[in-house]
Design a protein around this ligand. Structure first.
Ligand code: GUN
Length: 289
């Protein structure tokens, strides 16, 4: 089985991206800058945000960390976002989700300029993706496409299944695989005969958020298995685990992502790539310099 090593791939691609960022700086005198907005103190979000800021530093992207109180009002949050929209030296804006209770995430996302929506979460970004006219694409599915590219896995003509229909992962993943000429079945909690669909699938992207839910018998022999789930140690799992029982895939899958070290690092890489893409878009730089 081929181990789809997201950690190593992200590191390699970040080194390449750093060269691009340095060349962009030589050409323009400015560096891409990402604003990271965190409301409240939700511990997992603090860890995610810290990792994102660290990754920015590694590739020479400037980050601006905006920490807001958990009891901020919706209108004050939107005012903060609008300030960032108006700052010409900020190229990407990320509002870390979930927001504290009482704040509407859709309103926050829609307040971000469509040209600075680094997560690709906005209605405009999702619509552009569907119309094959994206500026940036949602980070997790983009990271997965980059990982498949790195391992020269061509999805054209494959039967693919995506399990999970969130607007962050499942729906944009379905769209990106479709645009890459896979035949995609989108499965979710109300899907009947999930196992029949998975048995026919050459490629499965699992984003169910159910700890160690799927194993060898759920997949066709020789399938490519991408696990988006991430679960901290708990009653069912001594270690950090995914939605898939990864250890069962050896001698069964053609290729699979581990958790940790699979999709997670690629999602962060995609965020950096998107920041650079927005910088180039805003500065009207078409080609890789
Ligand atoms: N919360 C969990 N994942 C993400 C992400 O990719 N972006 C944002 N903004 N919030 C998140």
């Amino acid at each position: 089985m081929i181990l789809l090593d997201g950690k190593a791939t992200a590191q390699k691609k970040q080194i390449e991206l750093k060269k691009t960022v340095d060349q962009l700086f030589l050409k323009t005198g400015i560096r891409p800058k990402l604003a990271v907005v965190l409301c409240g103190d939700y511990p997992p979000s603090q860890i995610y945000v810290r990792n994102k800021i660290k990754a920015c530093q590694e590739v020479g992207i400037i980050s601006d960390f905006i920490k807001l109180p958990s009891d901020i009002t919706q209108s004050n949050l939107i005012l903060e976002i609008e300030k960032l929209n108006q700052d010409p030296l900020i190229h990407g804006i990320l509002v870390q989700m979930p927001l504290p209770k009482g704040l509407d995430s859709n309103l926050a996302i829609e307040a971000i300029s469509e040209y600075k929506d680094v997560d690709g979460f906005s209605y405009s970004s999702l619509g552009r993706l569907m119309a094959k006219n994206s500026i940036v694409k949602s980070c997790t599915p983009l990271g997965i496409m980059r990982l498949l590219e790195e391992y020269k896995i061509n999805v054209s003509g494959l039967n693919a299944a995506v399990v999970g229909r969130s607007t962050i992962v499942g729906l944009p993943m379905q769209m990106m695989l479709t645009h890459a000429d896979a035949t995609v079945t989108l499965c979710h909690s109300k899907t009947k005969n999930l196992s029949v669909i998975l048995q026919q699938s050459d490629l499965v992207v699992v984003a169910m958020h159910q700890c160690r839910f799927l194993g060898q018998q759920d997949f066709k022999k020789g399938a490519i298995v991408i696990d988006v789930g991430i679960h901290p140690p708990g009653p069912q799992n001594a270690k950090i685990s995914g939605d898939v029982r990864f250890e069962e895939l050896e001698n069964w899958a053609y290729a699979a992502t581990p958790v940790p070290g699979g999709v997670g690092p690629m999602t962060i890489y995609a965020l950096l790539e998107n920041t650079v893409t927005l910088f180039k878009y805003q500065n009207k730089i078409d080609e890789l310099v």
